[in-house]
Design a protein around this ligand. Structure first.
Ligand code: PEP
Ligand code: MN
Length: 339
């Protein structure tokens, strides 16, 4: 339930409502708004009696929250969340482009790609130092050395870096280097990792699981917000279907659904969805038309020699083409939204 306070409610009244909720064994989460404060009631076992809440001084309205996720829902937080990373801001009405290799392979590789994607218009650089690989025999990433390379990329190009934390034990290390910590598709329901991400001051990029419903995905985000970190970017990266023409199936319908259900920004990763370079630009254009806040794309200057995901990596000149093609579509959509 969302308890909406009167515009003129005093701090004392707000505190009393919080205490009254807590006295009943429930959690109360004040949500400051532009004009008035609302208080979210969390972890109630059953429905809360609205007449009890309405009887508390300073309370204007009691709105039942119907969704299982609370803090990520629009019911709790109607305005869009903007996630700020350095000079970039995801969800602020402008397009956010994240680009880079699947994995950091060497300083020269990362810097070469970073310079190219920056020139093309990328706002953030991506690259895995710890890689979740299907096979234990595949390249697992450079580990801390990869993180140090990412720090050099940031230093030289000014681009904030996005990189993955594979588990909660590695989180401290990754967090020390990353501007945004990624939680990968396979880890979407790693609840220990989600809780650890919730204690971080870094924004979290939360990928949708291979077989996760939107509700499960939003519940995963709820763990992060419930643990104290409101800076979450959702990333749709394709789900597993019967299709063979692509690695996964990009679920673009997730974008309007997530935007209706949640205030969190949502970006599209067409690279892991497609698994093939030739589908990445068309899917990116489509992601713009459906209203995504941004894209995360794999780029490699020598994809044939890449240690992971070469087949889906764009050449730098193809990323330049992507940037040219998506910007006007994003602009059209943004204009339509404002009209
Ligand atoms: C990645 O972005 O490098 C990655 C491994 O993606 P996903 O978790 O979506 O497979
Ligand atoms: Mn990859």
């Amino acid at each position: 339930m969302l308890v909406v306070m009167h515009q003129k409610a005093t701090q004392e009244q707000i505190d009393k409502v919080v205490q009254a909720i807590e006295a009943k064994g429930m959690a109360a989460r004040p949500i400051p708004g532009g004009e008035r404060v609302a208080i979210g009631i969390l972890n109630n076992r059953g429905p809360v009696d609205p007449s009890w809440v309405l009887g508390l001084p300073g309370v204007k309205e009691a709105i039942p929250v119907t969704r299982p996720y609370k803090l990520v829902s629009r019911e709790f937080h109607p305005e869009d969340t903007i996630v700020r990373v350095g000079s970039a801001a995801v969800g602020n009405g402008k397009l956010t482009l994240i680009a880079g290799p699947c994995a950091v392979e060497s300083e020269e590789q990362a810097l070469t790609i970073a310079r190219r994607v920056k020139r093309a218009g990328a706002h953030l650089f991506r690259g895995g130092a710890f890689k979740p690989r299907t096979s234990p025999y595949s390249f697992q990433g450079l580990g801390e050395e990869g993180l140090k390379i990412l720090a050099k990329v940031r230093e030289e190009t000014g681009l904030p870096v996005v990189t993955e934390a594979l588990d909660h034990e590695l989180f401290d290390l990754v967090e020390a280097y990353a501007d945004v910590v990624q939680i990968g598709a396979r880890n979407m329901q790693n609840f220990t990792l989600l809780r650890r991400a919730g204690h971080s001051t870094r924004p979290i990029l939360l990928k949708r699981g291979l077989a996760a419903t939107i509700e499960e995905w939003l519940m995963a985000a709820e763990y992060i917000l419930d643990s104290g970190n409101p800076h979450v970017i959702l990333c749709e990266r394709g789900i597993r279907t019967f299709a063979h023409h692509s690695r996964n199936t990009l679920d673009l319908s997730a974008v309007p659904v997530v935007q209706k259900e949640s205030h969190l920004p949502i970006i599209i990763d067409p690279s892991h969805a497609a698994g093939r370079r030739d589908q990445v630009i068309p899917l990116s254009r489509a992601a713009m038309a459906v209203g995504a806040n941004g894209l995360m794309v794999e780029v490699h200057h020598q994809p044939e020699a890449a240690l992971s995901d070469g087949a889906q990596s764009l050449l730098p000149e193809q990323f330049e083409q992507l940037c040219r093609e998506v910007e006007p579509i994003f602009g059209l959509f943004a204009a339509a939204k404002e009209a």
